[in-house]
Design a protein around this ligand. Structure first.
Ligand SMILES: Cc1cc2nc3c(=O)[nH]c(=O)nc-3n(C[C@H](O)[C@H](O)[C@H](O)COP(=O)(O)OP(=O)(O)OC[C@H]3O[C@@H](n4cnc5c(N)ncnc54)[C@H](O)[C@@H]3O)c2cc1C
Length: 293
């Protein structure tokens, strides 16, 4: 796809240094990068890419996977968890799991970024790009932004949320966030603090699918998936809201595996969320989504 000149100008290689790494959850780390004096021209929701070939520690593993897969390992995309009005550049990575018998290949890059990065480590990132951003005139389109996310899908929305709270005073936000358990929630304290600081402008509702039987649910921490009923309750007036949906989706690998078995791929979070929004009568123009499949 041909990129706009503005977009081409924005995409460049950056040498960055890990200034800090923050454990957000047992399998999730935020890496804060020192970028020198480079001008960071990105929008909330944009991502950068990281090429696994640059890491000596992955060398043999990358080569072995390339032999098995018969193709070059591509760079992986990571959305910024920082926001352009903040001083630092950050990404937040959730470690992909290998489940024996279920996962075809062990994940390559995310385990290294989550568990084996250290302060002072240097790496090359390429950015910034992506269509999943807030338009500059968002305040003229809506007064209610609804974020529907799951797992690491909260990363670009967290960036958008911080940016919008700081720059678009007319917008209020509902942040609906699905995870397996309370301890899996990324940015849990940061979201709670933003909610306190922006009373009346931000409501955060968690949905937990695999908490223990004894877990104490509340009106802002619900049991189960993000259903049509939950969205209907939280967005009584769907006619004017704009929704930003991000999270795991059916990947090309899932599609191929299902095809081999002669079945349809099981919908994941993104497909289910989009189906719910459609059922609620929301139009395509009201929905923006990004797939992490
Ligand atoms: C626009 C965008 C933004 C993203 N932002 C974030 C973010 O902010 N944070 C975040 O944590 N993640 C994000 N991701 C996901 C991220 O890019 C990686 O996909 C993720 O970290 C996994 O990479 P990995 O190298 O660890 O795993 P991979 O090595 O890519 O493996 C992932 C899965 O795919 C399977 N697989 C790989 N190759 C094949 C094959 N040839 N055939 C069959 N199965 C295969 C593996 O078995 C494994 O189950 C984003 C993705 C996109 C597209």
């Amino acid at each position: 796809m041909n990129k706009e000149p503005q977009e081409r100008k924005r995409i460049k290689e950056l040498e960055v240094m890990v200034a800090d790494s923050i454990e957000e959850a047992h399998d999730t780390t935020t890496l804060i990068f020192f970028t020198g004096n480079d001008h960071l021209d990105y929008k909330p929701g944009h991502f950068l890419t990281i090429d696994p070939h640059q890491f000596d520690a992955l060398g043999r593993f990358t080569a072995f996977l390339e032999d098995l897969k018969g193709r070059k390992e591509p760079p992986r995309a990571y959305s910024m968890s920082s926001s352009p009005h903040e001083k630092y550049l950050a990404i937040t990575i959730k470690e992909e799991r290998y489940t024996s018998g279920a996962t075809k290949y062990p994940p390559l890059l995310s385990p290294l970024l989550v568990k084996r990065t250290f302060r002072g480590m240097r790496l090359t990132v390429t950015g910034f790009t992506g269509p999943y951003t807030l338009p500059d005139d968002i305040e003229s389109q809506t007064d209610h932004l609804v974020h529907v996310c799951a797992g690491s899908g909260s990363v670009p929305n967290y960036s958008m949320l911080k940016f919008a709270l700081a720059n678009y005073p007319k917008l209020r936000h509902t942040f609906i966030y699905a995870n397996k358990t309370w301890d899996d929630i990324i940015f849990r304290d940061a979201l709670a603090n933003l909610e306190k600081q922006n009373s009346g402008r931000l409501s955060v509702v968690h949905s937990l699918t695999r908490e223990s039987e004894t877990f104490q649910y509340t009106p802002s921490v619900r049991k189960g998936r993000i259903t049509v009923e939950l969205i209907r309750e939280l967005i009584p007036d769907t006619s004017s809201a704009q929704v930003y949906v991000c999270g795991p989706a059916v990947s090309v690998h899932d599609r191929n595996a299902a095809k081999e078995k002669g079945v349809l791929p099981q919908p994941k979070f993104l497909e289910s969320a989009l189906a719910s929004l459609k059922e609620l009568g929301m139009s395509k123009e009201q929905i923006t989504y990004e797939s992490y499949g």
